[in-house]
Design a protein around this ligand. Structure first.
Ligand SMILES: NC(=O)c1ccc[n+]([C@@H]2O[C@H](COP(=O)([O-])OP(=O)(O)OC[C@H]3O[C@@H](n4cnc5c(N)ncnc54)[C@H](OP(=O)(O)O)[C@@H]3O)[C@@H](O)[C@H]2O)c1
Length: 281
């Protein structure tokens, strides 16, 4: 979900012709805050009915959701989508994603003919998994963890060459305490948070922006979308004000922060090796 902002890049045209915003807002961990977040993002309108009441055309809103891991039986996909539409109080969404690599994307693709969803995307797919997917199918986006500490440089270039739009989840790296609590990244999670990172602070100082804003702009300047978790009004306002273009020298400075540090890797818990061929490269 996003509203237009005044940065140089505000949206991208995807490989289906559909437009996606450069900045979106996630509501991870905060089910009760979703309404408030959407209200904030859309000047106090709420999902579904509120969108209609606001007079903002739904074509100007990019709304998406994912199938969670226990909804992966092909026979369940459409009813799970129907539940999401009901929860969101809307008749269609722009994008439906599969949360983790899995083989039944065809079941999702059938839904594009129903008018309930415009595009199908994937999340957490590595290069090899997307290559497998592309043998029989396609995808609009890959939503994956990317931040200055985990830049996935070659993978990001590869995605662009394949005209698959990159969406950065957890664009602020280890800012969310969730990662300190899960143990999914216990060896690296204590790394300095981006808001305290000296290079980012210096760059921010140059433009009159915060390190967090620099991080969001860095992603957008790479022609990706960024979706910070945003349930706090002042944070949403700050994120929307991340509207500048970094000079090449500053982009090069941020590039030096790459540590291939993945903070959200539940492979051990899930007993399935995620991001097999990525390793941050
Ligand atoms: N596809 C996937 O597998 C997957 C996995 C994880 C997350 N996601 C998506 O990515 C979104 C973001 O992920 P995330 O929460 O892990 O990481 P994040 O957005 O990078 O970081 C969130 C943390 O940053 C803080 N924050 C947000 N905006 C800020 C601002 N403008 N200034 C200062 N601090 C700010 C938040 O504060 P508060 O704690 O005060 O809110 C929170 O602590 C989620 O909402 C979800 O939609 C997707």
């Amino acid at each position: 979900m996003a509203q237009t902002m005044t940065t140089r890049v505000t949206s991208y045209t995807l490989n289906t012709g559909m437009k996606a915003p450069a900045l979106g807002f996630g509501t991870f961990q905060k089910p009760n805050a979703q309404e408030a977040t959407v209200s904030m993002a859309l000047q106090k309108v709420q999902v579904g009915k509120e969108i209609q009441r606001s007079g903002i055309s739904q074509k100007d809103i990019f709304l998406y959701t994912k199938l969670w891991c226990n909804d992966y039986h092909p026979d369940d996909v459409e009813s799970v989508l129907d539940n999401s539409l009901r929860d969101l109080d809307t008749i269609y969404i722009n994008l439906l994603m599969i949360h983790y690599p899995c083989t039944f994307k065809q079941a999702m693709e059938k839904l594009t003919g129903t008018g309930k969803v415009s595009g199908i995307g994937v999340s957490n797919f590595s290069k090899g998994e997307i290559e497998t997917l592309l043998k029989e199918s396609s995808t609009v986006i890959d939503q994956i963890e990317v931040d200055p500490y985990l830049q996935h440089k070659s993978f990001a270039e590869w995605l662009q060459a394949k005209v698959i739009h990159g969406v950065q989840f957890s664009p602020l790296g280890n800012m969310n305490d969730f990662y300190r609590q899960t143990g999914w990244s216990k060896d690296i999670v204590q790394m300095r948070r981006v808001m305290g990172q000296l290079i980012l602070k210096d760059i921010g100082h140059k433009y009159g922006k915060s390190p967090v804003q620099v991080v969001l702009v860095w992603g957008i300047n790479h022609r990706r979308s960024v979706i910070p978790k945003s349930v706090v009004d002042w944070q949403i306002e700050k994120s929307l004000a991340a509207d500048l273009e970094l000079q090449a020298e500053d982009m090069a400075q941020v590039a030096t922060l790459d540590a291939k540090a993945c903070f959200n890797d539940p492979s051990l818990d899930y007993k399935w090796q995620l991001y097999r061929d990525l390793q941050g490269g």
